[in-house]
Ligand binder design. Structure first.
Ligand SMILES: [Zn+2]
Length: 233
């Protein structure tokens, strides 16, 4: 039997409740490295610690599924491309340099991805009543801003473009100070809960969805079409 060459496999992405990841039988806090545990311990709120932990475990589950190996053998590290410190910045697997990984966590929801191509994910919850105008002006193009402001739900529309742009930062296609130069106005702003929406932007494949349980906006971006995997049911 011939199997697919490894690097032809699509990148995998997963979204889950932090609770569901923490209950997953294949992972647990004991898998975190000493540095991850120290970072988890810096959160003032227990909920922040749990979201951080769940994100760092979900990315191990994604990479384990991609590689066909147990999650408990995977070591996760990070390195900041700007300052070189290991306690923040781009995550990677020191023992599997061919694999790209990404993770994101917000209140109660986590997202992660793993692939043989660069992959970025971001998950964010809508903030009620906050004024987004100042931020929106900085990170959206004039066309995107006009479409967001004309949307029936401007906060959600902004959040949709924001998670897409954060994902682009994570694969090195944008920086915080250049987000306003990237124009995603051709992409739809309304992503109903349920099945992910696929679209293209240049050579990139985008996957957008709205988490049904929490209403969180999630975006994934890669140079190959990502596949959504259910890892926590
Ligand atoms: Zn840094």
């Amino acid at each position: 039997m011939t199997s697919e060459p490894q690097d032809q496999r699509p990148p995998l992405v997963a979204v889950a409740s932090a609770d569901a990841v923490l209950r997953h039988p294949e992972v647990g806090e004991h898998l975190l490295t000493a540095l991850e545990r120290e970072r988890a311990g810096r959160f003032r709120q227990e909920s922040g610690r749990l979201d951080f932990t769940a994100g760092h475990l979900l990315v191990r589950l994604c990479a384990a599924r991609l590689l066909g190996v147990p999650a408990d053998g995977l070591v996760l590290a990070q390195q900041c491309p700007d300052c070189g410190l290991a306690d923040h910045g781009k995550p990677y697997l020191p023992d599997h340099p061919e694999v790209h990984v990404t993770l994101s966590h917000t209140r109660g929801v986590v997202a992660a991805g793993a692939g043989f191509r660069p992959i970025g994910v971001d998950v964010e919850l809508a903030v009620r009543g906050g004024s987004l105008r100042a931020v929106a002006r900085r990170v959206l193009t004039p066309g995107e801003l006009a479409a967001v402001e004309a949307s029936p739900e401007p906060n959600l529309a902004f959040l949709r473009q924001w998670v897409r742009k954060e994902s682009l930062i994570k694969i090195g296609r944008a920086r915080l100070d250049t987000l306003g130069e990237i124009d995603l106005a051709e992409l739809p702003l309304d992503v109903p809960p349920g099945a992910p929406l696929r679209s293209r932007h240049g050579d990139l494949h985008l996957l957008d969805w709205t988490d049904r349980e929490h209403g969180a906006a999630v975006a994934a971006v890669s140079t190959a079409a990502p596949r959504v995997v259910e890892l926590t049911s």
